[in-house]
Design a protein around this ligand. Structure first.
Ligand code: KG4
Ligand code: ZN
Length: 345
């Protein structure tokens, strides 16, 4: 790898920007690992009343928030614009209007400051959150990335070298959590609320389908498990039988987590990896964290999980991913950097 030499022993300071969904975030990250600030302005309360993220509303709020969020990130880090060495921005995948706000802002700043601009894949950012959480962590490792839009198993061979081994064929894990939470009347975003309710339930009360697909497949499918919950609830309602919502939440969660954990362990063993790295919003799920921890211990695999604040969308993780692209030695992306709603890892 063609690494940039350190500037007279000085460190590289990245201003990172994230606006792919409903969080406007800016962070100042040194050498990809040290976070000087990570400001997150969440729109959850705004989208709550619609039961999900409304893309047009999200874009408008990003536009209002982005400059104040960047100002706060610089202020909290105690630096000025002139101290920035490069800019990292999420430019793919995500809500296109939302991504464009961050990308256009980053381009304008990079042009004015004459510093390199690095477009970052959002999911790579989620994985790289772990370099901040564990400053000793190095690839290779197996990574399970579970968010509202993705359920992916990747073999991470190097800091910028990723192989997707499995992905969801229908609903992402977070999407399935959110949909089941909605039918249980829990509100939005449903994942954390379902997680909380499940703590009061029995995970073995109801057996929901575990979908493993073909024997050698690392893909996921959660829509059948989700439909199983809907059918169970409809059946109970038709017969006017009482439903224990906490048992439903715990049993559904157990079914999803079992498949995620078993496939992750299987992949790590098959590839001879001694580390599993968990990433994405659903990495905040307490059952997933606990079960993966137990299974990793049983199998002699080290587990890395980011703290909650680095699991959900934030710009610090984008600063970490951008750093490893930056030190590869290229001059980064040009002023023609575009935003993409979908993109391969
Ligand atoms: O990574 P993220 O913040 O945004 C995307 O890139 O999608 O992930 C958001 C997803 C939502 O579906 C949310 O319900 C889910 O992560 N989530 C959880 C938990 N916390 C967030 N799902 C289950 N249990 C949680 N504790
Ligand atoms: Zn995300």
């Amino acid at each position: 790898m063609n690494l940039r030499p350190p500037k007279n022993g000085k460190e590289y300071i990245c201003l990172a920007i994230e606006s792919s969904c409903d969080e406007t975030s800016a962070a100042v990250v040194v050498n990809g690992r040290k976070v000087l600030s990570n400001i997150i302005s969440s729109q959850i309360d705004i989208h709550k009343e619609y039961g999900g993220v409304v893309p047009e509303i999200a874009s408008r709020h990003h536009l209002n928030n982005i400059n104040p969020v960047i100002d706060s990130a610089l202020e909290e880090a105690g630096i000025g614009l002139k101290d920035i060495d490069f800019i990292g921005v999420t430019n793919r995948p995500g809500l296109i209007g939302a991504l464009l706000i961050g990308t256009a802002t980053a381009k304008a700043l990079a042009y004015a400051l004459k510093v390199p601009l690095i477009g970052v894949h959002h999911i790579r950012g989620h994985i790289c959150a772990n370099y901040i959480a564990d400053t000793e962590l190095e690839p290779p490792f197996t990574s399970l990335i579970v968010s509202g839009g993705h359920s992916t198993l990747a073999d991470v061979k190097g800091y910028t070298d990723y192989e997707i081994v499995g992905q969801t064929r229908d609903d992402a894990a977070g999407e399935a959590f959110d949909k089941v939470a909605r039918v249980l009347g829990l509100g939005y975003p449903g994942g954390p609320l379902l997680d909380k309710l499940a703590k009061e339930g029995d995970p073995e009360a109801i057996h929901f389908k575990r979908v493993y697909l073909e024997n050698d497949s690392y893909d996921f499918s959660f829509s059948g498990t989700k439909t199983g919950v809907l059918n169970y609830l409809n059946g109970k309602r038709q017969k006017k039988e009482p439903v224990n919502d906490a048992d439903v939440a715990a049993s559904f969660q157990a079914a999803v987590v079992e498949v995620l954990v078993n496939k992750s362990i299987k992949l790590a063993k098959e590839r001879g990896r001694d580390k599993i790295v968990l990433a994405g919003g659903v990495a905040a799920n307490s059952c997933l964290r606990k079960t993966l921890e137990e299974k990793c211990r049983e199998n002699g695999i080290k587990l890395c999980m980011p703290p909650m604040i680095l699991c959900t969308d934030n710009a610090a993780m984008i600063g970490a991913a951008a750093y490893y692209e930056f030190i590869k030695g290229s001059n980064g992306d040009g002023m023609d950097l575009d935003a993409y709603a979908t993109a391969a890892l």
